[in-house]
Write a protein that binds this ligand. Structure first.
Ligand SMILES: NC(=O)c1ccc[n+]([C@@H]2O[C@H](COP(=O)([O-])OP(=O)(O)OC[C@H]3O[C@@H](n4cnc5c(N)ncnc54)[C@H](O)[C@@H]3O)[C@@H](O)[C@H]2O)c1
Length: 257
């Protein structure tokens, strides 16, 4: 059986958990050869082992990747090319969320958020795109957030980083449009993963807050990680050959209001 990503080789950052792990499973099921990169080595290896080789000829492996280090990115990109012969697809998914508004955000929280969510996306594109050019073209999906489009009162660093990812994607899309590389951003609403729980359950009124978020979502529930991966699947497939510099919102209708 062939898949929608047959012939593609994908590097997925933050693939040990949540949305990134869902990308690895969906992409391999659709025929892609996948390299998962993360700092949670045991979990990441477990995701890759669970995928193995798929019916459509996809497969998955794991490598240690700290997205805040350009050197670590270079090693992961080399590993993907050495293993699979080329690189066509990059999912910049690794991310962290640290609660804190303008006054409350610590310097450490700010620096770490920008390093992972924003600089990590730049390093990823900087190291992967040259290999994608050698492969004759490719697609990048940068995972932003609805919080890269709208504000909230208590996550200043996260908003700064995710807003940056949205515009970095458009800038890179324009830079590489003539060279066969498409770059798009995906903007999840509230998705049921560990990051959401760590961010939203840290305050005293966490449950009320979770309910209020659910209440803001017209479809009336949190999203599932796979529902984000299916959006990226389209953007990384040849079906999206005319799509670049776009932002795909997958939020149950939250930002339509
Ligand atoms: N869950 C949501 O509600 C939601 C909403 C909007 C956007 N997002 C975005 O989706 C992406 C995935 O988040 P998730 O919900 O799956 O969270 P998650 O916590 O389940 O997964 C994030 C992964 O990133 C990895 N990571 C963190 N720092 C890293 C680093 N320095 N190098 C490499 N990997 C690192 C973690 O180890 C983890 O495996 C993030 O960019 C997040 O901001 C999530």
């Amino acid at each position: 059986m062939v898949g929608r990503l047959e012939g593609k080789v994908a590097l997925i950052s933050g693939g040990a958990s949540g949305i990134g792990a869902a990308h690895a499973r969906v992409f391999a099921a659709e025929g892609a050869k996948v390299l998962i990169g993360d700092i949670q080595d045991e979990m990441g290896q477990g995701v890759a082992d669970g995928i193995g080789v798929t019916n459509s000829g996809g497969q998955a492996a794991y490598t240690h990747l700290d997205v805040t280090s350009e050197k670590s990115w270079a090693e992961a990109v080399n590993k993907a090319v050495n293993m699979y012969g080329r690189l066509t697809t990059l999912i910049n998914n690794a991310g962290i969320a640290i609660i804190g508004g303008v006054g409350a955000q610590s310097q450490e929280g700010w620096d770490k958020t920008i390093a992972v969510n924003q600089s990590g996306v730049w390093y990823g594109m900087k190291t992967a795109i040259p290999e994608m050019l050698k492969a004759g073209g490719g697609a990048v999906v940068n995972i932003s957030s609805v919080y890269g489009i709208i504000g909230s009162p208590d996550m200043i660093a996260y908003h700064a980083s995710k807003g940056a990812v949205r515009l970095m994607s458009k800038a890179a899309a324009l830079e590489y449009a003539g060279q066969g590389i498409r770059v798009n951003s995906v903007h999840p609403g509230i998705i049921d993963t560990p990051i959401m729980k760590s961010a939203l359950t840290s305050g005293p009124e966490a449950e009320l807050f979770m309910d209020s978020i659910k209440g803001k979502t017209p479809l009336g529930r949190f999203g599932k990680p796979e529902e984000i991966a299916y959006g990226s699947l389209y953007l990384c497939s040849d079906e999206a050959a005319f799509v670049t510099g776009a932002e795909l919102v997958i939020d149950g209708g939250w930002t339509a209001q």
